[in-house]
Write a protein that binds this ligand. Structure first.
Ligand code: MRU
Length: 355
């Protein structure tokens, strides 16, 4: 693996500082780039739900931080270790419910629950162990993304135009990004590559966040609207697609931001390679197929309004699923920190997990 050339990105989306969590407020990008400090568990629940922090790996870390915040508060109220542990486990379970689709959230909260259950320390010791674990997960996230970037860059053709959907970048992780981690590593080796970013309605993560972070890092990016991808593929202007994931089933079916499935169908039709870039923590080996992935239904106002302004007839019916599932047969490969998994995914995923 070529680890020689790595792109240096300055973005750190979420970080534990002393006794609170500090994160980039993604609801105000691209107008503002500001940080918010989250100092209690309830506020963390709301930060995840309202998407101040978003993107599967980032909300995983936010969940882990949230458990530490709840632990700090309960430590002041509950003297008995066993009562403290059982109350805290309830809070950790509750934190998992802040968003339903991205499995990294459940994965990270479960990591904290394991510590709570296994720890033989006093209450102060447990809080410290949870804090240390959250910081470890934070640091590991960046290292994992760099590995994903290195593996992924090996399949990026020279001078490629890479289409991406939503934001699977530094701002969806602790730093560096998954799909945009592939872009960063590829760009470090070949600065003639470029990105086409889908706008990604309804919340416009592509327009607002992907163009913002790539521009900030000086990587060439062209914004297109969601309906344009087939047009550019037909013209031969897209060499590959790389997107992130919120949950991958054992057979490779992948949930990602709504609209990803449409891109994958178009890529298959036009013979454009379609890759998922995600850490192993996004793979849910407890489910057999994408049919079992819960899809978040979001506020209708995300569809009826843009920047607080109504864009449709008043009272019109709306449906707003936040994610769709791309069937495994449309996926060329799943780029992970352990290498690029190829079909048959039931086999390659089981091998990656050693099961
Ligand atoms: O609703 P969001 O913005 O949290 O959805 C984000 C995505 O769908 C990303 O593509 C996915 O979480 C991967 S992030 C590395």
């Amino acid at each position: 693996m070529d680890t020689q050339k790595q792109f240096q990105s300055k973005i750190k989306t979420i970080e534990w500082v002393d006794n609170y969590s500090r994160m980039v407020d993604q609801t105000v990008i691209p107008y503002e780039y500001k940080f918010v400090n989250i100092t209690n568990g309830e506020d963390m629940y709301d930060a995840i739900k309202t998407m101040i922090v978003r993107g599967a790996p980032a909300i995983g870390i936010a969940g882990a931080h949230g458990v530490v915040l709840f632990a700090q508060a309960l430590a002041k109220e509950i003297p008995s270790v066993s009562d403290f542990k059982s109350e805290l486990i309830k809070k950790a379970q509750y934190m998992k419910t802040s968003r339903p689709t991205a499995v990294n959230l459940m994965w990270a909260c479960e990591k904290q629950i394991e510590i709570i259950k296994k720890s033989e320390s006093d209450i102060r010791g447990i809080v410290n162990e949870l804090k240390e674990n959250a910081i470890r997960l934070e640091n590991e996230d960046i290292e994992i993304n760099k590995k994903i970037g290195d593996y992924g860059s090996q399949v990026v053709p020279k001078g490629a135009t890479i289409l991406t959907h939503c934001n699977a970048g530094a701002l969806a992780t602790v730093g560096y990004g998954t799909a945009l981690g592939v872009v960063r590593s590829a760009y470090a080796k070949d600065n003639t590559i470029q990105v086409f970013a889908d706008e990604t309605r309804p919340r416009q993560q592509g327009a607002r966040i992907t163009t913002f972070e790539l521009t900030m890092d000086g990587i060439p990016v062209t914004l297109i609207t969601d309906g344009m991808c087939s047009y550019f593929m037909k013209k031969g202007m897209i060499d590959m697609v790389v997107v992130g994931a919120d949950r991958i089933a054992s057979n490779g079916d992948t949930a990602n931001k709504i609209g990803t499935y449409t891109v994958a169908i178009s890529a298959k039709y036009h013979n454009v390679p379609f890759y998922i870039a995600a850490p192993l923590s996004t793979i849910d080996t407890s489910i057999k197929s994408g049919d079992e992935i819960p899809i978040e239904e979001r506020s209708h106002e995300e569809v009826t309004h843009i920047n607080g302004k109504r864009i449709c007839a008043e009272g019109v019916k709306v449906i707003n699923p936040g994610f769709d599932v791309t069937p495994h047969e449309l996926i060329t490969g799943i780029i992970t920190e352990k290498g690029i998994l190829k079909p048959d995914y039931n086999k390659s995923i089981a091998e990656a997990f050693g099961i």
